[in-house]
Ligand binder design. Structure first.
Ligand code: CA2
Length: 150
């Protein structure tokens, strides 16, 4: 791990709409608000925070994290439940992976109950709204530190 940890926080499709619609499910924070929360929670660590609506772009960024990040936090949005390609990309990483969701998909529609990403994730944090991201940053920093010490 680099001297200062580098956390990649990657966000999947439609999360750019946060704060504009469905606040009852996803809360009132915009993605920019969530980025600020992550940066605050990360302290001195570097946060690389991105969002894309495109599966291939998300996979390119996961591959980039392989060599550039100390840990990866990912909210793949709907790709959580559909993307074997994303799972394969995540499986190639040896850094900790924290799967992060605003809502708790296990308490929603049946089609959200299965997560391909969980098969590669070190830890999953879901159901705390925007706070899920802060908890994910804390967990990612701890997991990255454990790897250095081990
Ligand atoms: O709870 C989460 O964080 C999810 O990853 C959000 C995804 C959903 O497909 C997952 O099952 C759980 C959906 C993100 C869509 O975000 C929107 C935000 C505002 C308005 C419309 C969609």
């Amino acid at each position: 791990m680099p001297e200062t940890p580098v956390l990649y926080v990657l966000n999947g499709p439609n999360l750019n709409l946060l704060g504009e619609r469905e606040p009852d499910i996803y809360g009132h924070d915009t993605l920019a608000d969530i980025q600020a929360r992550c940066e605050r929670a990360a302290g001195d660590a570097t946060v690389v925070f991105r969002q894309t609506n495109h599966e291939g772009v998300l996979i390119d960024w996961v591959q980039e994290a392989r060599t550039e990040a100390s840990a990866l936090i990912i909210n793949p949005a709907a790709y959580t439940h559909t993307s074997i390609a994303l799972l394969d990309a995540l499986k190639a990483l040896s850094i900790p992976i924290v799967e992060c969701h605003l809502s708790d998909p296990s308490r929603r529609e049946a089609f959200r109950h299965h997560s391909y990403v969980a098969l590669a994730a070190t830890k999953t944090i879901a159901g705390h709204g925007a706070r899920s991201y802060e908890l994910a940053v804390q967990a990612a920093l701890e997991l990255a530190q454990e790897r250095v010490v081990a």
